[in-house]
Design a protein around this ligand. Structure first.
Ligand code: HEM
Length: 142
């Protein structure tokens, strides 16, 4: 996916705000995902999914750090996320429809915490960016 200069600027600005809070934002996004779409919990059967749990914080941190990595590799996402694509496609076999649900909840959390930066343009750019991350993570399904 191609990102123009304005989109790159929006993604960098929003990620710049979020990057210092990966644990809290990631855990909140997951908590919202599990509350709004309970079927997604089935993939995390071994974890304590209560709001505020250490598992939620740890998993949320991992997800947001991967998104941070992707934000620095907009033109090279396939390579940067290759191992994660293998994991989700071959080992976890997460149904691809779940990615949209998680991305939606990540956007909601960013909008709540950074309303000043979450302009319509930033919303569109970050949505496109997360869709690109999802497509990349689903690219090895067959
Ligand atoms: C694990 C990122 C979407 C289910 C992981 C890990 C990362 C990650 C970084 C840890 C890998 C490791 O420990 O080496 C992402 C990103 C996503 C995404 C960036 C999309 C934006 C999803 C979705 C689901 C899911 C939609 C299911 C609803 C899992 C599960 C694990 C995992 C079950 C393993 C957890 C464990 O038992 O340790 N993901 N993920 N992921 N992901 Fe994802």
């Amino acid at each position: 996916m191609h990102f123009n200069a304005k989109e790159r600027e929006c993604i960098a600005t929003l990620w710049g705000k979020a990057s210092g809070h990966v644990e809290a934002l990631g855990a909140e996004a997951l908590n919202r995902l599990f509350k709004s779409c309970p079927s997604t919990k089935t993939y995390f059967s071994k974890m304590n999914l209560e709001a505020g749990s250490a598992d939620l914080k740890q998993q949320g941190t991992k997800i947001l750090n991967a998104i941070g990595l992707a934000s620095h590799h907009l033109d090279d996402m396939d390579n940067a996320l290759s191992d994660l694509s293998d994991l989700h496609a071959f080992h976890l076999r997460v149904d691809p429809g779940n990615f949209d649900l998680l991305c939606h909840n990540i956007l909601v959390v960013l909008a709540i915490h950074f309303p000043g930066e979450f302009t319509p343009a930033a919303h569109a750019a970050f949505d496109k960016f997360l869709a690109s991350v999802s497509v990349t993570l689903c690219s090895k399904y067959r």
